[in-house]
Design a protein. Structure first.
Length: 83
C-alpha cells in the first residue's frame, strides 16, 4: 500500500483494521481479533480516543477467553479426563 500511493494515514488504517476485525469475527478467529484490536486500540490511543481503544481491546480479550474456554479448553479438559 505504501508503494502504490494508496495509503493515506491513520484514517485509512482505521478503515482497514475495522474491516479486518469484522472478517475475523465472522470467521470466529479470536486470536486474529485480538491482534487486530491491539493494532486498532494503539491507533485510537495515539489519536486520543482512549475510551474506544480500551473498549475494543476489552471486547477482543473477552472473545479470546470465551473462545478458549468454550471450545479449545473444554475439548482439552475432556481429553485430559480420558487419560
Amino acid at each position: 500500500m505504501l508503494q502504490s500511493g494508496t495509503f493515506d494515514g491513520p484514517a485509512r488504517a482505521e478503515v482497514l483494521f475495522v474491516k479486518a476485525a469484522d472478517l475475523a469475527r465472522s470467521q470466529d478467529a479470536a486470536g486474529w481479533q485480538l491482534r487486530i484490536a491491539t493494532s486498532l486500540a494503539s491507533l485510537w490511543r495515539q489519536s486520543g480516543r482512549v475510551g474506544q481503544a480500551r473498549a475494543v481491546l476489552d471486547a477482543a480479550r473477552t472473545a479470546v477467553k470465551q473462545e478458549y474456554e468454550s471450545r479449545g479448553m473444554l475439548r482439552a479438559r475432556e481429553l485430559h479426563r480420558r487419560f
